[in-house]
Design a protein around this ligand. Structure first.
Ligand code: EPZ
Length: 430
């Protein structure tokens, strides 16, 4: 088992390059199923979730050749439309192959994706939208069978601007017969990025990024070469790490426009955030001020940044109130922060944080991807050493997080822990 040993850090200083977005790359990889032609994806991030999506595509018969960070993807002939359960269970986003397989092959068999620690995460809106386009679904208990001889364009009203449901329906609609309109669509930048990718393949899409997306179905799509947008959540994570340590950092390859909800909230906390050419700069001198945060679908404050905001609140001056409106169980991090001395009261979807606490190092466990990153950031502020277990969660969405933070002044080590025959923990650093 591996863990991160995170000693208290001096203020983070320096420049860090932000990767392309995990939450763009995953639907874009699924969308490659929509064409027989070769697709070239540049600057693909080295993340566990991305690798699992690649393995799922290969299990379906897709040929993937990697040349460093470029993936050459060929979907000339698919081997099967049955998504393997062991791969689907590993990666919730694997459900995004449903729309493309229906559009390309007219059928798909896929297990229901598991929920996770942050919520049950059903896919009812995905299914409802795909059925509006003519798909028929049969619940086989162990898996879902869907088929659609020919998808037909129609108007889909989403009860909630679900990111995944918008993506699945969008990818199904591009090859449907006739026009589709998705109303109350998600507006995240990753939706716009997927639409841009689909248009580069010859799709006809208008309105992505607004709440209403219209698609004119086409007969087929062709290959293309593409680079996804930068990862606004990774970028936000580094900004919060700098705010927590009182640092002065610059982000390269970040998109200021996509980060406005996050940078606005950080400015409200009292830090300086500004664009300096193609860099985003943050300087934090005094302890931050407590703020109220409410997570909302884009362009609201992103739920994926909520764990980082919770962590900053523990060391800010005053009482912060953080409300999580997107997922029903996204405050598991609070229990781990309390082990580090944080004063947090959680009631339903609301956390009240008594700030200005000196955190102390403890052995804590990551419960999900963003909570894991937040625990590392909390360790940078805490006196002593914090040991973060469950780092396999972190590598799902952050490439080389410890190394990137160390390049800014942290001193994080990855330790292999193993228990010898005396059952005492031994570890060796590297
Ligand atoms: C995407 O998940 C992201 N994942 C999540 O990022 C992100 O937190 C989330 O959008 C919200 O922004 C990827 O893009 C791979 P939703 P998704 O469908 O699509 C409910 C990370 O850390 N819902 O917008 O699953 C759902 O339960 C991850 O990178 C239904 O009830 O999110 C949730 O409460 C975590 N029925 C809410 O809607 C449905 O059919 C938002 O879910 C679909 C969703």
């Amino acid at each position: 088992m591996k863990m991160l040993c995170v000693p208290q850090s001096p203020p983070l200083q320096g420049e860090v390059r932000i990767n392309t977005s995990k939450n763009s790359m995953l639907p874009i990889l699924a969308a490659c199923l929509l064409t027989k032609d070769e697709v070239i994806l540049h600057d693909v991030p080295c993340l566990t979730d991305v690798r699992w999506m690649g393995r799922l595509l290969q299990a379906l018969g897709v040929r993937i050749t990697r040349q460093e960070r470029t993936w050459v993807i060929g979907c000339t002939a698919l081997r099967t439309t049955n998504a393997p359960p062991d791969l689907v269970q590993r990666l919730r986003a694997s459900f995004l192959v449903t729309g493309p397989l229906l559009a390309r092959c007219g059928k798909v068999t896929i297990p229901f994706p598991g929920g996770c620690s942050i919520g049950s995460r059903p896919v009812d809106m995905h299914l409802k939208g795909l059925c509006v386009l003519g798909a028929r679904s049969r619940d086989r208990g162990f898996a879902l069978e869907m088929e659609s001889p020919q998808l037909r364009g129609d108007t889909v009203y989403l009860d909630y601007p679900s990111v995944g449901a918008t993506e699945n329906i969008l990818m199904a609609a591009v090859l449907a017969k006739g026009n589709t309109c998705i109303v109350n669509a998600a507006r995240e930048p990753e939706i716009e990025d997927l639409a841009r990718f689909l248009c580069a393949m010859g799709a006809h899409i208008e309105g992505a990024g607004s709440g209403v997306i219209t698609i004119e179905g086409v007969k087929e799509l062709h290959g293309c070469a593409y680079t996804a947008i930068s990862d606004r959540i990774e970028a936000g994570t580094f900004l919060y790490a700098a705010a927590v340590t009182g640092g002065d950092i610059a982000l390269r390859n970040a998109c200021a426009a996509h980060m406005r909800p996050v940078t606005a909230k950080l400015r409200e906390s009292g830090v300086d955030v500004w664009q300096d050419g193609d860099l985003i700069r943050l300087r934090s001198t005094a302890p931050c001020a407590a703020v109220q945060v409410k997570t909302m679908p884009y362009p609201g404050f992103p739920t994926d940044m909520q764990p980082l905001a919770l962590t900053l609140a523990t060391v800010s001056r005053g009482v912060s109130v953080i409300t999580e409106t997107v997922f029903e169980n996204r405050f598991l991090l609070a229990g781990e922060l309390k082990r580090m001395g944080a004063l947090i009261q959680v009631q339903d979807r609301c956390a009240v944080v008594q700030g200005a606490r000196a955190l102390w190092g403890a052995r804590v466990s990551a419960t999900d991807l963003r909570a894991g990153a937040a625990l590392v950031v909390a360790g940078l502020a805490a006196a002593g050493e914090t040991q973060v277990l469950g780092i396999e969660h972190i590598t799902r969405g952050y490439e080389n997080l410890p190394y990137k933070l160390n390049a800014l002044g942290a001193d994080i080590k990855i330790i292999d822990t193993h228990i010898d025959h005396n059952n005492t923990a031994q570890s060796r650093g590297r």
